[in-house]
Design a protein around this ligand. Structure first.
Ligand code: ADP
Ligand code: MG
Length: 338
């Protein structure tokens, strides 16, 4: 069932089209990630959804009810939609527990205490509940902020770059914890990020924005496999682009030679993909293959090696778990995504 429906939403600031014809549908319980460079309109879009900004035109509904814009209300915002901004937003002189309890101050005391206990438990913050924000880690502060936002069981949680000021280790841990929290509370969520790894780790759907517009909307896997253009291909992962493959025709021709054994229809599909890009995971070492590549560069990346191959006059990027040798010639196989 769809929770949020956005149709043809527009918002300009002094001639800048911050949000330019965005339409999205979000199903209940799903997580949407928004990816785009600075200034692409991500924050503006979240503020429009949260009814903190007035749209120029377009419609927004939550559970089939119109989201009332700020101009029609005394206080901007929506009771069932919570936005967590980039800064932490905790009261510095209140304990973590008091910060969470504050969100539930209008509720009856027994319910409030029970709910706070549950939230502390599922967020793993119980052991620091009597600490002040400055006495806990950045990851714990960020988790507490998110817990505050979901305390009242909103239908929709909006997170604006929730992981941006954390180091890699804390970030990885927090992503898992936030995902657990969102799933445990069955809240739908839209989060903004400029790291595609966040989207792959958490999102059911991915929206790529550029200059206020939708470039591509789909599941992370669909977009990874079928990016609509080179820009989307590049921001969603490692890729060998056709511009770097030498002339497209020569690339296609070479691959056709190497792929001669493939069925015609598969070859056609493969070639249309090759016109724009190849992901490293599509290239495999295959001793028997007639398609030969020269190993040009090898980079150690921890769990695997990044290998730059030269095939005739173009370069391809591949991953390998085995240590290969520069200058060695290997057979390779190009796979289509299933
Ligand atoms: P993002 O969050 O993707 O970095 P924003 O939504 O913050 O992008 O901004 C999109 C565009 O709108 C930018 O060009 C920005 O300068 C402009 N913009 C955003 N908010 C305002 C505002 N309150 N007043 C004027 N211009 C704004
Ligand atoms: Mg922003």
């Amino acid at each position: 069932m769809s929770l949020l429906k956005i149709n043809n939403l527009y918002k300009s600031f002094e001639g800048v089209k911050a949000v330019n014809d965005i339409s999205i549908t979000l199903e209940k319980g799903k997580i949407l990630a928004i990816l785009g460079e600075s200034g692409s309109g991500k924050t503006t879009l979240l503020h429009l959804i949260a009814a903190l900004y007035e749209a120029d035109s377009g419609t927004l509904t939550l559970d089939n009810e119109r989201i009332t814009p700020p101009s029609e209300k005394l206080i901007a915002g929506h009771p069932d939609i919570k936005l967590v901004r980039q800064d932490y937003g905790l009261f510095p002189n209140m304990s973590i527990r008091a910060n969470i309890a504050y969100e539930l101050r209008y509720y009856e005391e027994n319910y409030r205490n029970e709910r706070v206990d549950k939230l502390l438990d599922i967020s793993g913050l119980a052991h620091v509940q009597y600490h002040l924000p400055r006495q806990v880690s950045g990851g714990e502060q960020q988790r507490a902020t998110i817990v505050k936002a979901i305390a009242e069981e909103p239908k929709l949680l909006l997170l604006d770059e929730p992981f941006s000021h954390l180091d890699a280790v804390n970030k990885r841990r927090l992503k898992n914890e936030v995902l657990g929290l969102i799933k445990a509370e069955e809240v739908s969520c839209i989060f903004v990020t400029h790291d595609v790894a966040d989207a792959y780790a958490m999102a059911d759907e991915l929206l790529i924005m550029q200059n206020g517009s939708t470039l591509q909307l789909g599941s992370p896997e669909e977009i990874y496999r079928n990016p609509i253009n080179n820009y989307v291909a590049e921001i969603t992962g490692e890729v060998s682009l056709s511009s770097e493959l030498g002339t497209v025709d020569s690339a296609v021709l070479r691959f056709e030679l190497g792929q001669a054994q493939l069925r015609t229809e598969r070859r056609t599909a493969l070639n249309s993909e090759l016109r724009t890009f190849l992901r490293p995971s599509q290239i495999r070492v295959s001793e028997k293959s007639e398609l030969k590549a020269l190993i040009q560069k090898i980079k150690f990346l921890g769990a695997y090696y990044e290998v730059i191959l030269q095939v005739e006059d173009f370069n391809l990027k591949m991953y390998s778990f085995e240590k290969l040798c520069i200058g060695e010639e290997i057979g390779i196989e190009i796979r289509q995504f299933d």
